[in-house]
Structures are given as structure tokens and as C-alpha cells.
Ligand binder design. Structure first.
Ligand code: GLU
Length: 473
């Protein structure tokens, strides 16, 4: 049987790192077993629906290379792939359950439910529906519906026994049926709950492996009872550990380190994001760290997903990103990085701009960072930070080094890195200084930073005039 997995987002906002991890693991589960990856839009919560979210999901998957084989927009033989277009299907199956005695119509109004909630609160026990309407004969219920009474459809849980299953990640999960609530399957507005729709859709779409967050781990037995009631075979479950953040805050669509749109617009590369996200909660057999998507498709193994919460750390993502920036070929890098540059470059030559950007290629961990590291090449003057100031004041020879170097620079006629290196060498020999005392003052005075690319390259890019101006300031 062909493996089929699905990513089933609710279009309630933009995608964050956690959502992408769900999509990626579903994708990799399918691809590691030559299967198909399906996109289903779970848009039954009309109130939480956000305009544009579906488009963003589609664009994000596309940008990340996680292209569905089938699903929303793409189409396929198991559609519609939007749950809001499947209401008739859910209704039909829910009614079948009612006929077969596995579900019932419930007419309890908000007032009654509120009372039950209050009683539960007072007793300090979790609220569960008391099964009040499960005793109404079906004929009577149908009459009440025909009379226009509002109703929901609830699942009738067995009162005895145990339901269990083996989750791929968490192992055996067991619940006492007596603890299960008669959950709502169809709401009074005719929309299904997640608890019902996931079962119907996963079955009808022939999903073989269900990847989803571990918040569903303990409600899965309820879904299994539905499979049983229908006489259907249940899929394999792969519940995935939560993604937590290194700084202890919660992943949020509104946080710029978590929101994919923000990350991409700040110059994080899809390859880097995919590579890093794959390693949150999953580990390869060996210590390999860098994986292309194609390599992940081969290496991924559902049995190596961890139960420990995966930790998302933006610093680690920056580290992966800088690796992928370094790996880019120069031409591709230049095309990618240029749009991030926000300085006026109209009076600079293409050659100079390209040299500048290439010089800093190995010094940035995301696209927009280029502005921080090259800003002093565009600034009229710069402010030194305390670390720089302290260093300049740390030794009496430093002013002499700077002046000697300035006078050497002044004498250069042919502006190139060879001559700049000769000027450095002459400064070194003339004052008998070397190492940090030689290089650091020159770097700080010329570029305004303590760290950066090769000194000769920086000074070359600054130009003779600007270098002298900076040195003598
Ligand atoms: N629509 C659910 C969510 O966004 C999906 C859960 C699932 O994958 O089954 O949380």
C-alpha cells in the first residue's frame, strides 16, 4: 500500500516554526517511504479563520520545497481538500453513527451546560458532559429536529473497557473508556469538530501515517473508537514532541524569530531553515549535521523521532544560515544579498559593491545583517563602542601605530591590497609592534569595528581618502 501522509493546518494565521516542523515531518515521513504528501486545509473554525492564511501556507510550502503531491489548490482524487467544502460528507457519516448507536443527538442548551460546568468547578473536577441526551429514543430526537430544535451530535463512549494503541514515538497509550467524554462530533452550526473531521478525512483520503503534535496523543483513543464504530482500519500514529524555545518563551506567529515570513524577509535561507528544523526532535543515525532536503528524504526515519521536547534556538538557526550563505556560489549570493542592502549606492561602482558584499559573505548570519557589518563604509562618521574605545586607550604605543600607518598610507600611489600590506609591514617594522597591538588599532580606527574580514580588504574597500580621514579623526 502506498504511504500517504498529510499536513493539515488550520488557516488561523501565518505559519511559524512549529507549523513548519509539522509539515516537514509529514513530508519526510511520506518521502522516506516513497509516499505521497497531502495538504488538507482544516478550515472548520470559521471564527478563527484569517484572510490570506491559506495563500501563505501554500507559498511557504512552495518556498521551502515541501510541495504537496495532492491537496488544496493542487487537486487530486480524494478532494475536496478544504474541510469547509466537505460538510455533507461529515453529516452523512455522523448520521450513520447515530443510526448504528455509536452517537446521539443532544439538545442540551448553553444554560444547562453552564450549570454542569459550575457544578464541576465547585467540585474541582474537570467538566464532562453527563450523557443526559443519550437516553432520548431516536424517533423522538428526529421529531424534535424536524420541529426545528437546535442540536449537536455526540459520540457515545463505552462505559467500560480500555482503549489502547501503539504510537510510533511514544509507545503504548492506554485510556479507561469510562474517562472519555461523549465528545461533540457535529456542532450546532453543522460544522464538524476536529475530533470528528480528522477521522473521516484521514480515512477517506487513505492516509496511512498521521503526523501531528503530541497534544492529540491522549485524545487519539476517542478517534480509534470512531474507526472501530465504522469498521475502518486506523492509520499509524506519529505524535511529535512539542517545540519549545531556548529562551523559555512560547512559539508564536507574532514573534519575528518564529514567524516564517519574518525569517525569510530577514534573509534566512529556506535550506537552512529546513535543515535546522529537521533536527528539532529528530536525529540521524550518525552525527551528520548538514542535510539538503533530498538528503533528509533518504535519511529520515520515523523511529528516530524523539519524545523529548525539541528546542528551537534562533542562535542555532543563525549558525546554520551562515553555513548556507558561505556555501552559496558568489553570483547567486550577490543576487540574493543585494536587495537587503539599504544604503544609497548610486555613486558606487558595481565592482566596488560586489567586492564589499563578497568580502563580508563569511561574516553574516542572515541577509539583513549585511547592513550592520558594512554600515561604516557608507557613514560620514561612526561611533566607537566601549570595547573599541577601551582598546584604543590600552597602550601608549597605539596612537603612534595609527599615525605611522597613516603616513605610510599617504604615500601609496597605486591603491591595491599589496601596497596596503606593505604599509602595514612598514608600520610593524618601523615601530617594532606586532600582533594585536598592530592590527587592532588599525582595524578599529579604519573600520570602526574590532572584528571583521581581512584588514587589507577592508582598507582597500574604504579607499585611501576615507581611510586617512578615519585614522586621523
Ligand atoms: N488542524 C490541526 C492543527 O492545525 C491539525 C492537527 C492534525 O494534524 O491532525 O492543529
Amino acid at each position: 500500500m502506498k504511504v500517504r501522509t498529510r499536513f493539515a493546518p488550520s488557516p488561523t494565521g501565518y505559519m511559524h516554526i512549529g507549523n513548519l516542523r509539522s509539515a516537514l515531518f509529514a513530508y519526510l515521513t511520506a518521502k522516506s517511504m516513497d509516499g505521497d504528501f497531502i495538504l488538507r486545509i482544516e478550515d472548520t473554525d470559521q471564527e478563527r479563520k484569517v484572510d490570506g492564511a491559506v495563500e501563505f501556507i501554500l507559498n511557504t510550502l512552495n518556498m521551502m520545497g515541501l510541495n504537496p503531491d495532492e491537496g488544496a489548490e493542487k487537486g487530486g482524487n480524494f478532494g475536496p481538500y478544504y474541510q469547509s467544502q466537505r460538510l455533507d460528507i461529515y453529516k452523512k457519516y455522523a448520521e450513520k453513527l447515530v443510526e448504528d448507536g455509536y452517537a446521539y443527538y443532544c439538545f442540551c442548551d448553553e444554560e444547562r451546560l453552564e450549570k454542569l460546568r459550575e457544578i464541576a468547578n465547585a467540585r474541582k473536577v474537570p467538566f464532562t458532559y453527563d450523557g443526559h441526551c443519550s437516553h432520548i429514543p431516536l424517533e423522538e430526537a428526529k421529531k424534535r429536529i424536524a420541529n426545528g430544535e437546535k442540536y449537536v451530535i455526540r459520540q457515545k463512549m463505552p462505559k467500560e473497557g480500555v482503549t489502547s494503541y501503539v504510537d510510533t514515538v511514544y509507545g503504548e497509550i492506554k485510556v479507561e473508556n469510562s474517562t472519555l467524554e461523549d465528545q461533540i462530533l457535529i456542532k450546532s452550526d453543522g460544522f464538524p469538530t476536529y475530533n470528528f473531521a480528522n477521522v473521516i478525512d484521514d480515512h477517506l483520503m487513505e492516509i496511512t501515517h498521521v503526523n501531528r503534535g503530541n497534544e492529540y496523543l491522549s485524545s487519539t483513543p476517542k478517534y480509534l473508537l470512531l474507526y472501530e464504530a465504522f469498521g475502518w482500519e486506523s492509520p499509524i500514529y506519529i505524535h511529535q514532541p512539542l517545540v519549545i524555545k531556548a529562551d523559555g518563551t512560547k512559539i508564536s506567529k507574532r514573534n519575528k524569530d518564529d514567524n516564517l515570513m519574518d525569517l525569510i524577509s530577514r534573509g534566512f535561507l529556506p535550506e537552512a531553515i529546513i535543515n535546522y528544523i529537521a533536527l528539532i526532535g529528530w536525529a540521524p543515525k550518525d552525527n551528520q549535521e548538514f542535510f539538503s532536503l533530498k538528503e533528509l528524504e533518504k535519511a529520515f526515519d520515523i523511529h528516530r523521532i524523539s519524545t523529548a521536547p525539541g528546542c528551537y534556538d534562533i542562535k542555532k538557526l543563525e549558525w546554520f544560515n551562515s553555513h548556507y550563505i558561505k556555501e552559496m556560489d558568489d553570483e547567486k549570493y550577490l543576487n540574493w544579498i543585494k536587495p537587503f542592502l539599504k544604503f544609497d549606492i548610486s555613486n558606487k561602482s558595481d565592482d566596488w559593491i560586489n567586492k564589499l558584499l563578497l568580502t563580508y559573505k563569511t561574516h553574516i548570519n542572515c541577509g539583513e545583517m549585511i547592513n550592520d557589518v558594512v554600515k561604516n563604509f557608507f557613514a560620514k562618521s561612526y561611533e566607537l563602542d566601549d570595547e573599541c574605545k577601551n582598546f584604543l586607550a590600552s597602550d601608549e604605543i597605539i596612537p603612534l601605530v595609527i599615525e605611522k600607518f597613516a603616513s605610510e598610507i599617504e604615500q601609496i600611489n597605486d591603491w591595491n591590497t599589496d601596497n596596503i600590506n606593505i604599509a602595514i609591514e612598514n608600520t610593524k617594522n618601523g615601530l617594532n609592534v606586532k600582533g594585536k597591538l598592530l592590527y587592532m588599532p588599525l582595524r578599529i580606527k579604519a573600520s570602526g569595528f574590532m572584528h571583521g574580514p581581512e584588514l587589507d580588504a577592508c582598507i582597500y574597500l574604504l579607499g585611501k581618502e576615507k581611510t586617512l580621514e578615519n585614522l586621523r579623526k
